[in-house]
Design a binder for this molecule. Structure first.
Ligand code: NAD
Ligand code: UPG
Length: 678
């Protein structure tokens, strides 16, 4: 049985929230839903009935997640845990072997309360982690794309737009590999209308389409070939190592792909955009010491054998041999057999026959795209996935679209009350995700803007939050003032919204949302400036203990953590930073400091940071404590003892409002906190 020790539990009395559940889905040790869970179902149903039917899933489902990060790893595990093992198999794949190895080990790549127990329970039963994308994609009925969509660093939209190359790569991979129809689900957070791009890429690159292209090009090739002798003077080095991947690499230095492209374009004058779509752009032909020279006949036969093969094994062989030369060996064998003169007529007939067959095959593959954004928060991911406020399923209002929505709806209803599963249009679903994050972040920036005012006028931001939160129209959540919000999502998703607004020529809308980020940066810098001022306007040579480095408690994720900005600023002022975080590793901390330092500062910054094993070690002989993350353990430290071992006057700067400030004052600390005068 599952040990629920680390799975988030709820102390509320058990609620039998869905009597339709089969008993094996509700063993008694599964964490129970929060008491409000069933009562507050969504106020407004968006025409659910027109999208879904009550048909249950009739056959078993193979689910694949592409991307084994925070979202792919946790949501797949919960899906495997909550669905019947004999009905739903979940395979999570990633190109990062280290990450997959970690998912398959006792040392998971991410920390989330409750995650380890669930993974240990399901792994090897109906939950699998693999780097074998091809097999996972091939076997899947439903594929969730859960790769990263960070802010673009270069080129158009740099600093604002979402980097969609990982989504596109995953999509192209699906197109290349798929041999049957699939439902493709956008799980990653993407800009509005990305589903349209995914659909276009899939439909123009599906495997049979690729074969069609090959055969068309081959036709050109032969005709050209017989009309002039260019090919006779061209020799092409092709290694015996085929590797289908998504990297289009046209540089002559790196790959012979260039050679093949040149060959094709020189010969047949095919425009470059067509070359870019050519299947050989998806076949990376690496140079190795085993390079072989392929002459005209072998080359044409090679194309012939690729394009005219009646079964799928040729491409499958190539797919599966990315790290060995076995495929080419068999290819080579095939070439020898095929190495005979074929008359033009024969070729044309052969191509025609295959084109008809392939066109037929192509028409059978259908990809239906759904949008199903994830709303989990780090640190509470398992609870959020078990008891989400809502699940959005966006799809096309077509027969196929509704059918696909219905399948996903049925899958989720294994553990989520049906009223919480909302079906709606694709674009609304995509935008809802950005909107939700923008609204949440906006609340924090609003309260943080007020906190700055509180510090000047003598009001207390916690009292303001309490007073405002009691208004049921406002609500009390996400009104905690802090040193600033962090995490991998808020900033990037708002920037994405800003980019989208500008792209649609709505500069006022863009400016409005941008202000949420400007306020967040302001909140961090005001906090840092206060530390500087209260330490007598010089920090140089002083020891500052920093408590917490992750962007919030209960996660070891440090992406966009406010602590990074605080620590870098302290180091820039010449402080010795003694840092303690209960979960973040030393390597991660040093990586973040290096990444965020100016090149000329890196060495000095690294030599002035000491990673400590406890809060007590960090505070020992320090001049000040700076709380950056609200880890629970910081609330119950022996601050009297800590104070005794600090340089005097001992300062404490509470960037998370988690400490008892009056008690600390009594001990003798100089206490400063966000949004109040102590
Ligand atoms: N982290 C969160 O709390 C959270 C919550 C909700 C939504 N999201 C969104 O979900 C998406 C994923 O976020 P994350 O935090 O899980 O990212 P992550 O960086 O933790 O994981 C992404 C994974 O995708 C893998 N990957 C990239 N390209 C691949 C490919 N072609 N094939 C296979 N694997 C590939 C990477 O190796 C990486 O392991 C983002 O769009 C994010 O905005 C994140
Ligand atoms: O009142 C608050 C609440 C949060 N924070 C900070 O805001 C940041 C984000 O916190 P949170 O939203 O809890 O964590 P995330 O994991 O970033 O989750 C957000 O981003 C995810 C990725 O898109 C979404 O799925 C979630 O719904 C959304 O809450 C953290 O630094 C928190 O410390 C505050 O300062 N004050």
């Amino acid at each position: 049985m599952l040990s629920s020790n680390n799975i988030p539990t709820n102390t509320q009395p058990k609620v039998n929230f869905n009597t339709n559940y089969k008993s094996y889905l509700m063993p008694t040790d599964i964490p129970q839903p929060p008491s409000h869970y069933l009562q507050n179902s969504c106020d407004k149903q968006i025409n659910n009935d027109s999208y879904v039917t009550s048909e249950p899933l009739t056959s078993s489902l193979n689910v694949c997640y592409i991307g084994a990060g925070y979202v792919g790893g946790t949501s797949s595990a919960v899906m495997a845990y909550k669905c019947p093992e004999e009905k739903v198999t979940v395979t999570v794949c990633d190109i990062d072997k280290k990450k997959i190895d970690a998912w398959n080990s006792n040392n998971l790549p991410i920390y989330e309360p409750g995650l380890e127990d669930i993974v240990k329970k399901q792994r090897g039963k109906n939950l699998f982690f693999t780097t074998d994308l091809n097999s996972a994609i091939n076997a899947a009925d439903i594929i969730f794309i859960s790769v990263g969509t960070p802010t673009k660093q270069r080129g158009f939209g740099a600093g604002e737009a979402a980097e969609l190359k990982y989504v596109e790569n995953a999509t192209r991979k699906i197109a290349q590999i798929s041999r049957n129809s699939k439902i493709i689900v956008e799980k990653s957070t993407v800009p509005c209308r990305t589903a349209e791009h995914i659909r276009t890429i899939l439909n123009t690159n599906k495997n049979s389409q690729i074969k069609n292209n090959i055969s068309n090009y081959t036709t050109n090739h032969y005709i050209k070939n017989n009309n002039n002798s260019i090919i006779n003077t061209n020799y092409c080095n092709i290694s015996n190592n085929f590797n289908i991947n998504n990297n289009i690499n046209n540089t002559p230095e790196n790959s012979n792909t260039y050679c093949i492209n040149n060959l094709i374009s020189n010969e047949s004058n095919i425009p470059h955009e067509r070359i870019n779509n050519h299947p050989f752009n998806n076949i990376n032909i690496n140079k190795t010491s085993d390079d072989v020279n392929i002459n005209n006949d072998d080359y044409t036969n090679l194309i012939d054998s690729l394009s005219l093969s009646n079964n799928d094994s040729t491409l499958t062989d190539i797919d599966s041999c990315s790290e060995s030369n076995t495929c080419f060996q068999s290819q080579d064998q095939e070439l020898k057999e095929l190495n005979k003169q074929i008359s033009d007529d024969e070729v044309d007939i052969k191509i025609k026959k295959n084109d008809d067959k392939l066109k037929n095959e192509k028409s059978l593959i259908h990809f239906e795209i759904l949008s199903n954004p994830e709303f989990l928060s780090e640190g509470t991911a398992i609870n959020d996935l078990l008891y989400p406020d809502r699940v959005l399923i966006g799809g096309e209002p077509t027969k196929e679209g509704k059918k696909a929505q219905n399948i996903l709806y049925q899958l989720y209803s294994y553990w989520i009350p049906k009223k919480k599963i909302i079906t709606m249009g694709l674009w609304s679903t995509e935008l809802s995700k950005l909107a939700a994050n923008a609204l949440l972040a906006q609340r924090i920036s609003s309260i943080n803007a007020l906190s700055a005012l509180c510090e000047e006028v003598g009001a207390d931001i916690q009292e303001i939050s309490y007073a405002c939160g009691l208004d049921s129209r406002i609500g009390s959540k996400f009104l905690n003032a802090s040193v600033g919000f962090g995490g991998s999502c808020f900033k990037k998703d708002i920037l994405n919204l800003v980019y989208l607004s500008n792209a649609f020529k709505l500069p006022e809308v863009a400016e409005y949302w941008k202000q949420v980020i400007i306020m967040n940066e302001y909140r961090k810098s005001k906090f840092i400036k206060n530390i500087f001022t209260k330490l007598f306007c010089t920090i140089s040579g002083k020891s500052i203990a920093v408590f917490g480095f992750s962007f919030k408690k209960d996660t070891k994720d440090t992406r966009e953590s406010a602590a990074i900005t605080v620590v870098i600023s302290l180091l820039q002022e010449g402080a010795i930073v003694k840092l303690y975080d209960p979960k973040v590793t030393k390597d991660q901390i040093l990586f973040d400091i290096k990444e965020n330092s100016q090149p000329q500062e890196i060495n000095e910054n690294i030599s002035n940071i000491i990673i400590c094993n406890s809060a007590y070690d960090a505070a020992y002989n320090s001049d000040a404590i700076v709380i950056c993350t609200e880890w629970d353990e910081f609330k119950s430290l022996d601050y009297k003892n800590i104070h005794n071992n600090m340089n005097k006057p001992a300062h404490i700067f509470d960037g998370r409002l988690i400490l008892n400030h009056q008690e600390l004052k009594k001990i003798g600390f100089n206490v400063e906190a966000i949004g109040k005068k102590i």
